[in-house]
Design a protein around this ligand. Structure first.
Ligand code: F6R
Length: 618
């Protein structure tokens, strides 16, 4: 969702650095963007705001005319107020000297806004964010013309003079006090025209500070910072950072100084371009065999550790959201089938309502591509309070979920840029299958299965097979409704396939356990309704094929994904029998179908409407 980028330091092209930083945050999903820079020889900010994507756009000439050594920028994913230039960040106060960017939702903004309006502040946007610059302006007493605090970088408000409102509070104290009033999970970055400092506060969304030589960066993630520096400080919740000539870290709400926890990362962020592929989604689908091989060959010790922890735990919970949750559900079936072990699977957004079952012997395994999903973070906070053990299975190094966990497993799938998750899902299934076998002590079985799975996906990606999948997509590209059915481990596959189709093609698609059809949804089957059927060579085959026959008898068009053709199928896409690897390979067919459906419907598969890559709000 929203992305934050800021720079302060020796370079004079701060706006340019920020603009390029915003491009690295595009994957998070956004619908407008903006950059603010201080005007030449003035203290007021100039903001360049735009709706839509950055694409080939450049910063306005006005911004270039104002070389500055500090700037902040933002990509906005609309929550409060529509997608308009006025609602785009940065937001300014009445004087234009305070510029703010924000990620999160201010739950109590309405009351604060009313009070500020009574005090004469003028609002121009519908956002919750805009209260922040006005609050800071109010605390600083800029309008009232109060004398300045002599120590503006000291966020201490204890003096009686300040408390009585007789002297203007410093910038840092005012930012701190404003932030302390906000309810909800928020991260803000603030600039003040006459201070050449950037101040950040966080109690929810991620913020990383990059420490260069005589310069500092701040961003929602490290990808835009690492080209400049590998020295990072991951801000923790309830921390504030003052970036100027030096870096200061303070605690919130009190403002006590603490030592910056500096980490030097030693890896290079993998090249995240699309290469020769038309879209990131296609590139990421093609990355999948490599992802499976890497996990299979290189991670057995970690898998063994996870298996031991699960064996020891008294109650294991797999949690995740969306696609990550679908992986969790597949894990539950795989554990039951292979390890004869029950695990609980819960949507992260529902986990709060089940926390009564947690204790210090519970094990929570959080699955997340971004490592920033707020629903997951909240669940982990609750689990921590119950002293349960936490394992994070994530794709993003240094992310909040990664850092919260007692034990961390990196999926190593490389940057996933397309909003719809593909390779991170396949990576999670691979890990789950490996753990399921590891628990039984039959590690030798899983390796060849997974290597065959990688080969089978490569076969599906050959030109001839892609042509067939594309042709099938063309045939079903128009209906308003579609279904995907499966049983057993293929039931979560059907949920994931349906999610992929609806995300990128906007065709309403329902994933169902085959046996549930006749309990209601079959009423929706009409002539021409497409239905994908996962029919691997397992105990579900006969039953799922008879479900397919029931749909066909009511006019549905059946697309069978199976090792063998059947008279029930109108179209057949072969996925070879590779034991449990079939549950991984069969989803790749659905990913490709979704991708081609989006192309036929002239939609951008990489950036579906309304969706964000990193879901950092509730
Ligand atoms: C679907 C999709 C989402 C994410 C979900 C969780 O294609 O990408 O459903 O899976 O928002 O995100 P992560 O895995 O980042 O926690």
């Amino acid at each position: 969702m929203c992305g934050i980028f800021g720079y302060v330091g020796k370079r004079e092209n701060a706006a340019d650095i920020v603009f390029n930083g915003l491009k690295t945050l595009e994957y998070r999903g956004y619908d407008s963007w903006g950059v603010a820079v201080r005007q030449k020889n003035k203290q007021e900010f100039l903001a360049d705001k735009n709706i839509g994507k950055i694409g080939n756009k450049r910063l306005s000439k006005d911004i270039y005319k104002n070389p500055s050594n500090f700037s902040i920028g933002h990509t906005r994913w609309a929550t409060h107020g529509g997608v308009t230039i006025k609602n785009a960040h940065p937001h300014l106060d009445c004087t234009g000297k305070i510029a703010v960017i924000h990620n999160g939702i201010i739950e109590n903004f309405e009351g604060i806004k009313k009070e500020l309006i009574k005090k004469g502040h003028i609002f121009i946007s519908e956002t919750d964010t805009e209260i922040i610059p006005h609050l800071i302006e109010e605390f600083m007493g800029i309008k009232k013309g109060l004398p300045a605090d002599k120590s503006p970088r000291e966020p201490s408000t204890n003096s009686s003079e300040k408390a009585s409102g007789k002297i203007r509070r410093g910038f840092a104290s005012s930012v701190r006090d404003a932030f302390n009033l906000l309810k909800g999970f928020n991260a803000i970055v603030v600039s003040y025209g006459s201070s050449s400092e950037i101040i950040a506060c966080k109690n929810g969304s991620p913020l990383v500070v990059g420490i260069g030589e005589d310069e500092f960066f701040i961003a929602s993630d490290l990808s835009g910072i690492t080209p400049y520096t590998k020295k990072l400080v991951f801000l923790k919740d309830n921390e504030m950072a003052i970036l100027g000539k030096t870096l200061q870290i303070l605690t919130l709400p009190g403002g006590g100084k603490i030592k910056a926890d500096i980490e030097t990362i030693s890896f290079n962020i993998e090249e995240s371009g699309k290469g020769n592929y038309e879209h990131f989604m296609l590139k990421e689908i093609f990355d999948q065999p490599k992802v499976i091989r890497n996990l299979t060959e290189n991670h057995i010790d970690q898998i063994s550790f996870l298996a031991e922890m699960i064996k020891k735990a008294k109650g294991t919970f797999f949690i995740g959201a969306g696609t990550a949750y679908n992986a969790c559900l597949s894990g539950m079936y795989l554990f039951s089938k292979i390890s004869h072990k029950h695990v609980n699977t819960v949507f992260a957004s529902e986990f709060n309502y089940l926390e009564d079952f947690l204790n210090k012997e519970s094990l929570i395994i959080a699955f997340s591509q971004s490592g920033e999903t707020l629903d997951v973070i909240e669940s982990l906070n609750r689990a921590k309070k119950k002293k349960s053990k936490i394992i994070a299975v994530v794709n993003s190094l240094g992310s909040t979920i990664y850092r919260m966990a007692d034990y961390k497993f990196l999926l190593g799938a490389g940057p996933e840029i397309a909003v719809a998750s593909t390779k991170a899902y396949i990576a999670k299934l691979t890990v789950l299958l490996m753990i399921a076998y590891e628990i039984t002590g039959k590690r030798k079985i899983v390796k060849p299965t997974l290597l065959k799975t990688a080969d089978e996906i490569e076969r599906l990606l050959e030109a001839e097979n892609l042509k067939k999948i594309k042709e099938t997509a063309r045939l079903v590209a128009t209906p308003k409704n579609a279904f995907v059915i499966g049983r057993g481990v293929s039931y979560p596959s059907s949920l994931e396939a349906a999610l992929k189709i609806k995300e990128v093609s906007y065709i309403h698609t329902e994933g169902l356990a085959g046996g549930e059809l006749k309990h209601g949804p079959i009423a929706l089957i009409a002539k021409g309704t497409p239905c994908l059927v996962f029919a691997p060579n397992d105990e579900t085959y006969d039953s799922i094929v008879s479900n397919a026959t029931e749909i066909k008898a009511r006019g549905g068009i059946i697309i069978g994904i199976s090792p063998q053709n059947s008279s029930s199928f109108d179209h057949w896409i072969e996925v070879k029998d590779i034991a449990e690897g079939s549950y991984i390979a069969q989803v790749v067919v659905a990913q490709l179908l979704s991708y081609y459906l989006a192309l036929f419907l002239k939609l951008d598969p990489d950036k579906p409407r309304n969706l964000a890559k990193s879901v950092t709000v509730k």
